[in-house]
Ligand binder design. Structure first.
Ligand SMILES: Nc1ncnc2c1ncn2[C@@H]1O[C@H](COP(=O)(O)OP(=O)(O)OP(=O)(O)O)[C@@H](O)[C@H]1O
Ligand SMILES: [Mg+2]
Length: 156
């Protein structure tokens, strides 16, 4: 891959929830096993909405996709293997995440992680950070690629 195709960051304007779902769907279509996406943003920013789109893109189905607020993890099967949807809001300490098997999942599954701050920086080196923030009535999504994700961010 040529140096020109490396992309560090991209912004998307999301005027409504349908746009958040659509961005999630595109992301879910390009994810591969081992891809980790960290979803940043305050309460109500749209992290779960984006995840629902990504789950649809991964499985090819319109899914129920309950928020994993209490279960911490929901997994989904698709043609490319397992997708983990993780919400760490209620995680008490970072070590508890490893008991969920998250470190193994980083290697073999595609992972969407809400509230990645709860891991206190113990995030994989290769990852996509996606930060959602309010913008008028809608949202803006800032995507930042780390490591190998720089070769992939241009494909979303
Ligand atoms: N681009 C957008 N414009 C306007 N509203 C949006 C947009 N994206 C999502 N929403 C709406 O924002 C609300 C909160 O979304 P969501 O539950 O996905 O947030 P969240 O970041 O997961 O919150 P929490 O941290 O509480 O889990 C929902 O009503 C959703 O429809
Ligand atoms: Mg949520």
């Amino acid at each position: 891959m040529s140096a020109q195709s490396l992309v560090d960051s991209r912004d998307f304007t999301l005027p409504d929830a349908a746009a958040t779902l659509a961005l999630g769907r595109r992301l879910g279509e390009v994810l591969a096993p081992g891809d980790v996406v960290c979803l940043f943003g305050d309460l109500g920013a749209g992290k779960t909405t984006l995840s629902r789109g990504a789950i649809e893109g991964w499985t090819g189905d319109v899914e129920e996709a309950p928020s994993p607020t209490y279960t911490l993890v929901q997994t989904y099967d698709g043609a490319r293997g397992e997708l983990w949807h993780v919400d760490l809001y209620r995680l008490k300490q970072p070590d508890d995440a490893w008991e969920l098997g998250l470190e193994d999942a980083f290697a073999y599954a595609a992972c969407l992680i809400e509230w990645p701050e709860r891991l206190e920086g113990r995030l994989p080196r290769d990852r996509l950070d996606l930060a959602l923030a309010p913008a008028g009535e809608g949202r803006v999504a800032k995507l930042s690629a780390h490591g190998a994700w720089r070769e992939k961010l241009g494909t979303i």
